[in-house]
Design a protein around this ligand. Structure first.
Ligand SMILES: Cc1cc2nc3c(=O)[nH]c(=O)nc-3n(C[C@H](O)[C@H](O)[C@H](O)COP(=O)(O)O)c2cc1C
Length: 374
């Protein structure tokens, strides 16, 4: 029997489009570096997802690139051409067969892509501002026509997701990748309609949302979930501040999205600058959007108590990333009143039982506390 204290975690929840989630726990998107060299989803990757799709209400996949020059990681599966639909479908079917909704995270890495992963080493971004780090190439600023074409690519990846049987897509506007690079005054120094003022820097992110929604309207035969993920702040000056983010999410909250997903390593972190408010970023964001769109909170939620507390912030949904690597039975343990059996430290002798593919396992062992891009 479920522990009375943790009942709220298992409450069902209805998204704005009417899709019902069986509980409040979502698997956070996690890149696993394990796809096949041809960009298809691999057997080990499928097994890894199956192991984690029984308890949670929704699985957000690792990001997939929508354009050939958007691949951010070795072993990232591809979503940029129709040939990939059977591969995408295999992953959707595996997740759904275990009972979770399958959400494909769609992405372009922009200036964060390693030059050796993209055609002709042509690393592109909003502007030619390189990111930190000696190994980072100077990106080429996209032409206006190329920007418009990438917006369409997000739409086409969404069409593939629909055809492959996903329940939805998540637009990856977080973690310093291309969409964030357009919103950021640090990486966007353009002076066409995609850059300049805060308003203009929102043009690309909002155009991606519009195009994805247009494609959904045209192609989806059933309610299809569209979510948007963002990172609230950047450390650089200039850089995205909490004040900037509140303007962006205000606009996003009026877009009929099914959820907004905050990207944070620590659920309770507080703003760096931009607002005179000492509450957590999550609470400030939740207050701003109110009941216009559901918010998914995330960041270092490990125990059942962490999850219960996170829900008291007012966000209706929480995502677990690293904890679902450590304990794939997390939700089932809560469901069965065995919350005291939840494991919160990685047992490094358990790779096989945890069904974690080698490249991801090696990455975790190299840096156990690691959260890329946050
Ligand atoms: C190995 C790893 C890969 C990740 N890959 C992605 C990704 O592809 N897309 C994304 O939006 N976030 C990615 N993240 C961030 C997670 O979604 C999540 O926001 C972060 O891990 C904090 O949640 P946690 O404390 O529950 O792990 C990744 C995190 C990890 C640890």
């Amino acid at each position: 029997m479920i522990n009375e204290k943790y009942k709220t975690i298992m409450d069902s929840f209805e998204l704005p489009n009417g899709v019902k989630l069986k509980n409040r726990v979502v698997m956070a998107p996690m890149t696993n570096y394990s796809s096949n060299a041809d960009g298809t989803v691999s057997d080990t990757e499928v097994a890894y997802y199956i192991r984690r799709s029984k308890g949670v209400s929704m699985v957000i996949t690792a990001c997939t690139y929508v354009t050939a020059n958007g691949q951010g990681f070795p072993g990232e599966f591809a979503g940029h051409k129709d040939e990939m639909i059977p591969s995408l479908q295999r992953l959707a079917t595996s997740i759904k067969s275990e009972g979770a909704k399958a959400i494909l995270q769609i992405f372009h890495g922009g200036r964060q892509v390693p030059a050796n992963l993209v055609p002709n080493g042509d690393v592109v971004s909003a502007s030619n501002v390189p990111s930190e780090g000696a190994d980072k190439p100077v990106p080429r600023a996209l032409t206006t026509e190329e920007v418009e074409s990438i917006i369409l690519d997000f739409g086409q990846a969404t069409r593939r997701a629909i055809e492959a049987g996903y329940d939805g897509v998540e637009i990856h506007g977080a973690n310093t990748y291309l969409i964030q690079q357009f919103f950021s005054p640090h990486s966007n120094r353009r002076n066409d309609r995609f850059g300049g003022s805060l308003e203009k820097r929102m043009t690309f992110p909002l155009a991606v949302v519009d195009e994805v929604q247009r494609i959904v309207k045209e192609h989806a035969k059933e309610p299809f979930i569209v979510g948007y993920r963002f990172s609230p702040e950047e450390p650089e000056t200039p850089g995205i501040t909490m004040a900037d983010t509140l303007v962006l999410i205000d606009a996003l909250a009026n877009k009929n999205l099914d959820y907004l997903h905050v990207s944070l390593g620590d659920f309770w972190s507080t703003p760096r600058r931009g607002v005179d408010d000492n509450r957590s970023r999550m609470e400030i964001i939740q207050e701003k959007v109110g009941d216009r769109v559901p918010v998914i909170g995330v960041g270092s939620i490990y125990s059942s108590e962490d999850a219960r507390k996170a829900l008291t912030s007012g966000v209706p949904l929480i995502a677990l990333g690293r904890e679902l690597l450590i304990d794939p039975d997390w939700v089932q343990k809560i469901e069965q009143g065995k919350d005291d059996e939840i494991v919160t430290q990685l047992d490094t002798s358990m790779q096989e039982q945890l069904v974690i593919p080698d490249p991801l396992w090696q990455a975790i062992l190299r840096n156990p506390g690691w959260v890329p891009g946050v």
